[in-house]
Design a protein around this ligand. Structure first.
Ligand code: FES
Ligand SMILES: [Fe+2]
Length: 376
């Protein structure tokens, strides 16, 4: 798993002025909203005696108070009040927990888990979200699957006819396509295919065989896939967009958050059908991702089995992650597991640790040696 990446931590509507526990990258965090409405994300383990902040409560001063002795932490992770301390006593420098950059976009709370926000890839732009003439649905589920397997459930065109029965020109072979880099950490590809009349409610849009344009993009931020299909046929402007974002809860568990947008049939009556079409695909993808072995997988060794065209996008996905490893941003999971077995708690480093590396109660997670080569 990788740090210095923006991940989705929750839908905005789930974060209120009461603390919410979230697990990501095998660590524990608390999300809360201050009195002004700003969302915050802190390490959930209190620096005093390790009680969970998420079992405490929020106060009007914009803090979250620990459940055991009531130390209050602001959105920067600083303890600003110790109810049991002697009057006038100074607050120790180590009375702080890691705080992570938060942004709210697309109805989601995004958190940058790492210590170098300037180096992290930005949250992608999705101008269609919130734009006039678009209707969006939200959906979330947690899969018993490694996040790579979960992500690969939509990162190629070849599985569509095999898993979802969506044929290309009546067959299983997708047209030739290239993958381009939009920037260092984002990929795009596009294909045109002749497609039959649509089924169900969508048949109102596509009454006959026509050419349909489909674009697939991958963004490192949020581990996001964007599927953009001109569902009514090329040139109609009637588009369906699926955004799926994956957050590794740990190496074996992944929360999938989906945003489904359409700029046609935008009244509520079409929502159920729209969601059900997507739920069918999600069910099919999930069954495979949860059955894939090994349960934990990692960047493959050079020369690993990959084919064209199904692995075009997957190959570049691994290349992007290999760049993160070369930057020293991969958590060394084996060393982290050993520390856990010894009963230690390690945190994802936050930006404040770069400014002042001393006076922290918990050590940071170990990182994979960038010089150790590909694969572990
Ligand atoms: S354990 Fe949190 S205030 Fe004491
Ligand atoms: Fe799929």
């Amino acid at each position: 798993m990788f740090m210095n990446v923006w991940y989705t931590a929750a839908f905005s509507k789930e974060v209120e002025q009461s603390p919410k526990h979230v697990r990501m990258l095998g660590r524990d965090f608390v999300l809360f909203r201050d009195a002004a409405g700003a969302a915050h994300c802190l390490s959930n383990v209190c620096c005093h005696r390790g009680a969970p902040l998420s079992q405490g409560r929020c106060h009007e001063d914009g803090t979250v108070a620990c459940c055991q002795h009531g130390w209050r932490f602001d959105g920067n992770g600083r303890c600003i009040l110790m109810p049991g301390a002697a009057a006038g006593a100074a607050i120790p420098a180590a009375a702080r927990v890691d705080a992570y950059p938060v942004e709210e976009r697309y109805g989601l709370v995004w958190v940058m888990l790492g210590d170098d926000p300037a180096a992290a890839a930005p949250i992608p732009e999705f101008p269609e979200w919130g734009a006039e003439g678009w209707r969006w649905l939200e959906y979330e589920e947690t899969w018993d699957a490694n996040y790579h397997w979960a992500k690969f459930s939509n990162l190629d065109y070849v599985h569509l006819p095999i898993v979802h029965g969506q044929l290309w020109n009546g067959g299983t072979r997708p047209p030739a396509h290239e993958v381009e880099y939009l920037d260092d950490t984002s990929l795009a590809s596009g294909i045109y295919v002749k497609t039959k009349r649509a089924k169900g409610l969508w048949s109102m849009l596509r009454k006959a065989e026509t050419e349909v344009r489909s674009r697939l993009r991958f963004y490192l931020s949020g581990l996001t896939i964007k599927v953009d299909v001109e569902i009514g046929g090329a040139g109609t402007g009637m588009r369906f967009i699926a955004l799926d974002m994956s957050t590794p809860i740990d190496e074996r568990t992944t929360t999938m958050r989906f945003l489904f947008g359409r700029n046609f049939l935008t009244r509520a009556f079409a929502d159920k059908g729209h969601l059900n079409r997507n739920l069918k695909n999600i069910r099919e993808d999930r069954a495979i991702a949860e059955a894939q072995l090994p349960k934990v997988t990692d960047i493959p060794e050079p020369g690993a089995l990959m084919t064209d065209p199904e692995d075009k996008m997957v190959k570049e996905y691994w290349a992007i992650l290999a760049k993160l490893r070369a930057k020293g941003w991969q958590i060394d999971q084996q060393a982290a597991s050993l520390a856990e077995q010894r009963g230690e708690y390690q945190v994802i480093p936050s930006p404040a640790r770069r400014v002042d590396p001393s006076n922290w109660v918990y050590a940071v997670v170990p990182r994979t040696d960038p010089g150790a080569g590909v694969g572990r």
